[in-house]
Design a protein around this ligand. Structure first.
Ligand code: C5P
Length: 231
């Protein structure tokens, strides 16, 4: 069954750890992003690990290979299970990240942010324009040849990536919304059931749980949806 990772997009450790204790055994894998890591630092990673949780440290690194490699080494030392780099940082950068990560820390490459649509991608002129799906495929092929464990993509791209790369590339999907939720700043959103039945290995759920009136009930809904989806 696909893994569910809840994105702890909070301004401080107190808010984040309150949600972790509310969700209890229903979620044991959390994403710490740049906001929480900036506010709370490595201590939040340690607190989550001490609580028995796995940590995905989502810093989406994009720098020169030496700097990225040194940063990934520190991330690995913290006992992080998944971390991210931008595929558009290029081959040397991704290879350096993979080499720096230990066996227990998987490097995932971000293809195209799930907040970007075709026109937003064209506007930044990124990846020689092309559509989002073309850019995702090209960047996933590059990432795969650099030895990353997986890629971050939207639920709309999962089936094409799964058929192109088979089980060799793990697929981690943010931009998840329960039916009726607001998409917010995301463009390419799908429900948990759609992402998992298309072949996602992990789904990352943020505001659908963290901003829900009842986060525990929202988490249960996510788990029910994915347990009844073919994967
Ligand atoms: O609240 P929401 O479910 O939109 O949160 C999605 C989370 O996944 C955010 O923490 C965001 O930074 C992250 N993410 C994303 N798109 C990517 C990579 C990560 O939305 N391509």
């Amino acid at each position: 069954m696909a893994g569910v990772i809840v994105a702890l997009d909070f301004a401080d450790a107190e808010g984040a750890l309150r949600l972790v204790s509310q969700l209890g055994e229903s979620c044991r894998f959390y994403k710490v992003g740049s906001e929480l890591f900036t506010a709370a630092g490595p201590a939040i990673v340690e607190a989550l690990r001490n609580d028995g949780c796995h940590v995905f440290l989502d810093l989406k690194l994009h720098d020169i290979p030496n700097t990225v490699a040194r940063t990934v080494r520190r991330i690995d030392e913290m006992g992080v299970r998944i971390t991210t780099v931008h595929a558009s940082g290029g081959r040397a950068m991704m290879e350096a990240a993979v080499e720096a990560a230990g066996v227990s820390c998987g490097v995932f490459a971000v293809t195209v942010l799930t907040s970007l649509d075709d026109s937003a991608l064209a506007e930044v002129g990124g990846h020689n324009a092309g559509t989002v799906s073309e850019a995702v495929l090209r960047l996933a092929a590059l990432s795969s040849s650099c030895g990353v464990r997986g890629v971050v993509c939207s639920g709309l791209e999962v089936s094409v990536l799964r058929s192109r790369f088979g089980p060799t590339l793990e697929l981690l999907v943010p931009g998840i919304r329960l039916a009726g939720d607001d998409a917010g700043d995301q463009s390419r959103v799908v429900t948990p059931a759609v992402a998992v039945s298309a072949g996602a290995d992990y789904i990352v759920v943020g505001r659908s749980v963290t901003a829900a009136a009842d986060p525990v009930a929202a988490m249960q809904m996510v788990l029910e949806q994915i347990s009844s989806s073919p994967s």
